[in-house]
Design a binder for this molecule. Structure first.
Ligand SMILES: NC(=O)c1ccc[n+]([C@@H]2O[C@H](COP(=O)([O-])OP(=O)(O)OC[C@H]3O[C@@H](n4cnc5c(N)ncnc54)[C@H](OP(=O)(O)O)[C@@H]3O)[C@@H](O)[C@H]2O)c1
Length: 281
């Protein structure tokens, strides 16, 4: 399997890439700094074996995203390191990072990857609680953080979701994000037609933590997280390692069940008896 990964220098994208490499996939990393893995012996071994390819590029520059050959899977986990301003909350620079990067990814897809028989699968990471309707469904304690403090990065992600919905042919039932995308983005040259991308799964992750992968420690086949194609309502957190685990050990193995959907993912709440983990991979 050939994987093209954008945003895999660290965290979810990186953990997913490591898992896929370990399973024999070839992963092409689009990286702003190709020295990021210089001291990473695991990735260096894959580079020597020819299964990890590091390509220098900036997702914000459409011309950097050159994709050649066969691609079976695209993983998009671009995100910014936010600064904090008391009056504005967390700010990512530029404010359209995710939406523009995803737009660049799809407008530069070569014709060879647009043919239905050759289209890759796409996994793109977004967040819970972005739209007004999704915010209303958030667990109570997340509402203040997701309402005020993350307003700007979430507007960017909502705009990215709009682009994803267009490409995948999903109805856009949310408010229209303003000030992130150019007014004429739907007529950009190269933009896939509505519904042209046939194999898309969007991930709406709960608040991300950096703990170890809990799923790897489970010996009974049960996983400590759950995923649903609608708001979870009471899912607070999920670790980046466990999201990556879900990509490789859950989603990829059950793709048909999730294709064309948003998968909302969070840890099980163990204080409620009815939410005991029961699903198996
Ligand atoms: N924090 C939360 O609670 C939360 C919840 C749900 C979803 N999310 C979102 O989920 C996504 C993944 O999060 P994460 O924590 O796994 O990753 P992350 O730490 O946000 O890393 C993002 C990746 O994007 C890359 N990147 C940023 N700008 C780029 C550019 N212009 N060109 C190419 N690559 C670029 C970074 O590479 P560099 O090494 O070049 O910086 C890094 O590899 C993000 O969008 C995040 O905002 C976050």
């Amino acid at each position: 399997m050939n994987v093209f990964s954008i945003g895999a220098s660290r965290n979810i994208g990186y953990h997913a890439a490591r898992r896929l490499l370990a399973k024999g996939a070839t992963v092409t990393f689009l990286l702003r700094s190709t020295s990021v893995f210089d001291n990473n012996q695991e990735i260096q071994a894959h580079i020597r074996a020819g299964t990890a390819r590091l390509v220098k590029g900036d997702a914000l520059k459409a011309e950097d995203g050159a994709k050649d050959g066969t691609i079976d899977l695209v993983i998009f986990t671009v995100g910014g390191l936010p600064s904090f301003q008391m009056t504005k909350g967390f700010l990512v620079n530029p404010p359209n990072l995710c939406a523009q990067s995803f737009l660049n990814l799809v407008i530069t897809m070569p014709a060879s990857l647009r043919r239905p028989s050759a289209q890759p699968r796409f996994i793109a990471v977004s967040s819970i609680g972005l739209s007004h309707a999704a915010h209303a469904e958030l667990p109570l304690l997340l509402k203040p953080l997701y309402g005020y403090a993350l307003h700007q990065p979430h507007a960017d992600k909502l705009a990215m979701e709009w682009v994803i919905a267009h490409c995948a042919g999903w109805e856009w039932a949310h408010e229209t994000p303003t000030g992130i995308l150019s007014a004429d983005w739907t007529s950009l040259p190269g933009l896939p037609a509505f519904g042209e991308l046939e194999h898309v799964v969007g991930i709406r992750a709960a608040l991300l933590t950096s703990g170890a992968c809990k799923a790897d420690k489970k010996k009974n086949g049960k996983v400590p997280y759950r995923q649903k194609d609608c708001e979870l309502g009471d899912g607070y957190t999920i670790s980046r390692e466990d999201v990556a685990h879900y990509f490789v050990e859950g989603l990829m193995l059950h793709w048909d069940q999730w294709e064309g959907k948003w998968a909302h993912i969070a840890y099980w709440m163990t204080i409620r008896k009815d939410l005991e983990p029961t699903d198996r991979l």
